[in-house]
Structures are given as C-alpha cells and as structure tokens.
Ligand binder design. Structure first.
Ligand code: SIN
Ligand code: MN
Length: 278
C-alpha cells in the first residue's frame, strides 16, 4: 500500500500515523499462533520485575520464517520507504507482551535516545511500526504519544537524569520498567501543554507508524486484557550504527544492513498454505 500525500503530511506533522484494521484477522491469527510456538529459551527474552511475566521478546525474526516475512511485508515496508524516501534495513524487532494484570509501564522516552547513546546511530532517520496482536482499548494500556514532539529533535536528558548507575548498565536496562533514559516530569508537562496527547486504540490488526524522536510511554496493564504488539524498527540504509565500545547483542540491534525487499502482499497467508501442503 502506498500512502496518500495527505497521510504522509499527517505523519510529518504528528510524528505518528494510525492505520486501523490494517491486517486481517486471519493474518493476525497466524502471527499470534507463531508467538505461542516460539522456543521457551529463545535469547532476547526480558521478564517483568516480578521475574515471572514475559515483558518482551527480541529478535524472533532470526528463528521464525513468519516473523522474518512480516518484517518484509509490503504493507509495512512500502509506506516506511515512502516516508523516509530511502531503502531501509531492519534495526530492531520485538514483541511487547504487556500481559493482563502484570504487564508493567514504559516510562516517557524517545527511542532515538537509546539508539544514539547505545548504538551510535548517526541520525533519527528511522521509523517504528507497531502491529496490534490484540485489541487495544482504554483499559489495557495503549501507548501514549505526544504528537509533534519529534519536531523538537532529541531532548538533552543529561542534566535531568537520576543516578543512572542505579539503573544497571547491561542491555536489559534499555527494556525494563526502570528505563535507562527517560524524560522528566517537567519536560513532559511542558510538551503536553503545548501539543496534547494521543493514545490510538483499535482492533487487532491495526498499525501505528511512529518517528524515532516522538515522546511516548505506557502505564501498567491492570486490566484482564493482554495487549501484545509487534514493534519493528526500520532505519534508512544511509543511517548505520558506528561500531564503538561493545555493541549491543545482535538480537537487539541487527547487524544486517542490506536493503529489505518487499515480499508479496499475501506472504503470511502463503507461508501457512505452504506448511499445510508440504
Ligand atoms: C516501547 O516504547 O518500545 C513500547 C511501549 C509499549 O509497548 O507500551
Ligand atoms: Mn519506545
């Protein structure tokens, strides 16, 4: 699918674009089914602070044909390339589980802070897409965004950070509820006063495209409804991390910078068809 000029303009103004009911129920059940059959001991699994609930799974595209194909799905890849006006490679793949009752918060942050500080990604020329694997409603902690906040670029958080040493230095500190780089309350209050907040809700299969500099967050999920989302981050092929220090593990930050080629529109359905027929 190609985006209209109007939708591209909306993305550029807001830093996000909500595409309701973008994947069919059948496509979403293929993704849900794949998720429930992933190996227990896959690398890149992050638990919530209760040490029981799975918070997120990273890099599943490395061992799942279905997740590998969704990364190349033309309904995602084409709009992303259209907005960035470049070919893209896969930067990060994760599934955020946000489990009923126990899924914890994501404090206010900008994704590009992590990518710049941890991976030395030169610019914010990157877009994430979130695919709803469950309905997202007012109760199961939709992601809150501050529309237009990407326009201010990366906010300098050095002066406003709490003692970061308390937050851990390993890669999990970028993914736990005790997030390593977050925006403080004064900054968020000022931004929201100026720009307001948005929290897209909708049926499973809906998609959000969002800019790597947009401020976003979510609350703990105290509802009885799971809120699982695949989040795929793409970066322009002109924007490649500069190797320094110890790079983060490959299941978190991909090392393959080759441009992604779009698959056919029915790629998910045809994979299942092939499995049934072999
Ligand atoms: C994220 O910022 O990567 C995830 C936010 C969420 O799933 O609530
Ligand atoms: Mn984020």
């Amino acid at each position: 699918m190609e985006l209209s000029e109007k939708l591209i303009h909306k993305y550029e103004e807001d830093g996000l674009l909500f595409l309701p009911e973008y994947f069919s129920d059948r496509e979403i059940s293929i993704l849900q089914n794949e998720l429930s059959h992933l190996p227990e001991d896959a690398p890149g699994k992050v638990l919530e602070n209760n040490k029981k609930t799975v918070r997120a799974l990273h890099g599943c595209h490395e061992y799942s044909e279905i997740f590998k194909s969704v990364v190349r799905h033309p309904r995602l890849l084409k709009p992303v390339m259209q907005i960035l006006k470049k070919s893209v490679y896969l930067y990060q793949f994760k599934v955020n589980m946000k489990a009923a009752f126990t899924g914890d918060s994501w404090p206010w942050h900008q994704d590009y802070t992590f990518w710049s500080k941890e991976d030395y990604l030169p610019t914010s020329e990157a877009i994430s897409v979130s695919i709803f694997l469950d309905e997202v409603n007012h109760f199961n902690s939709p992601i809150y965004f501050i529309p237009g906040s990407h326009k201010g670029g990366l906010i300098d958080i050095e002066g406003q950070m709490e003692d970061r040493s308390k937050k851990g230095t390993d890669w999990e500190a970028s993914f736990s509820a005790n997030l390593k780089y977050c925006l403080d309350c004064t900054t968020v209050t000022q931004m929201v006063k100026k720009r307001g907040m948005l929290a897209p809700v909708g049926s499973k299969g809906s998609v959000i495209l969002f800019h790597s500099n947009i401020a976003h967050a979510s609350t703990p999920n105290i509802s009885p409804y799971d809120r699982r989302q695949i989040i795929i981050s793409y970066s322009s092929i002109k924007n490649i991390p500069i190797p320094k220090n110890q790079p983060r593990p490959a299941f978190l930050v991909c090392r393959d910078y080759n441009p992604l080629q779009p698959e056919k529109d029915d790629v998910l359905l045809s994979l299942i068809y092939d499995t049934i027929n072999c």
